[in-house]
Design a protein around this ligand. Structure first.
Ligand SMILES: N[C@@H](CCC(=O)N[C@@H](CS)C(=O)NCC(=O)O)C(=O)O
Length: 259
């Protein structure tokens, strides 16, 4: 445990010596060292990685442990101790023994821990309530339908299974209805983002599943709507997000070339 922690301390040193706001925070606070347990190609893991990228932390600054979902490593005794439902992602903080699962809860925890300015201050009751409302909208009305499409058209391919087109069609209808409402919302004066006038974690929460919609050939649900398309372009033009997505694309291309 001690050498594991020292290892992470070394990994963190580059960040501590840097000059970003996060670097300065780490310099003046206790060593954070945490492990993110995730999986390659997991949209829920990517939600956390995007949050860390926005905070200026890279995967050389924290430890990313990849579990092989095809081999069922998420159902191992060790992972079930961290995540009772046997899924990814989860995080653990070796220093304190603290563990946490559910991607959105992890993102919020990390944003607050590292002062990543993507959540409203809890002292601002109304901004926090609007943020919570926007998050609930994403989780309740968007993610289940978009996740169904991602599962049917993307994940099933890797499992050697056929997509159920009737299920896809229903889910696509739900995504379209959702985006019609989002289009109106984003057109409200002074809006532009899902929780208000500024980019927050809620916007970031959409990114992995919207990318899946594009990957499955349904990008027009975004590009056909003016305000939704503008919102999406703002989200993916953010330097940290752009950099991570480009790196992921290159890594994916390299992995495919090796096959
Ligand atoms: N609501 C959870 C969903 C977690 C989830 O479904 N993770 C998927 C990977 S994206 C998983 O672990 N699937 C494997 C399994 O269910 O066995 C979150 O936001 O973290």
């Amino acid at each position: 445990m001690e050498s594991e922690f020292k290892n992470r301390v070394c990994k963190m040193s580059r960040l501590i010596n840097g000059s970003s706001p996060v670097s300065r925070l780490l310099h003046s606070s206790r060593m954070p060292g945490f492990i993110l347990y995730g999986a390659r190609g997991s949209t829920n893991t990517d939600r956390v990685r995007l949050t860390l990228a926005e905070g200026g932390l890279s995967n050389t600054d924290y430890e990313l442990v990849l579990l092989n979902l095809q081999q069922g490593e998420q159902k191992s005794k060790e992972n079930l101790a961290r995540h009772r439902w046997g899924k990814v992602p989860s995080i653990s903080v070796p220093e304190s023994g603290f563990t946490l699962f559910e991607s959105r809860a992890i993102c919020k925890f990390l944003a607050r821990k590292y002062s990543i300015p993507l959540v409203p201050p809890e002292s601002d009751l109304e901004a926090t309530a609007l943020f919570d409302q926007a998050q609930s909208i994403e989780t309740s009305y968007f993610a289940p339908a978009a996740g169904t499409i991602a599962f049917e058209k993307f994940a099933k391919k890797f499992m050697g299974l056929e997509a159920n087109e009737a299920v896809v069609s229903d889910a696509l209808q739900s995504v379209n209805s959702f985006l019609d409402i989002a289009e109106g919302l984003l057109q409200e004066p002074g809006r532009g983002y899902m929780a208000g006038s500024q980019f927050t974690l809620v916007d970031l929460f959409y990114i992995p599943l919207v990318l899946r919609l594009f990957a499955c050939g349904y990008g027009d649900v975004i590009t056909n709507r003016e305000a939704v398309n503008a919102w999406w372009n703002h989200c993916i033009s953010r330097p940290a997000i752009k950099k991570l997505l480009e790196a992921d694309k290159e890594a994916m291309a390299a992995a495919m070339a090796k096959r």
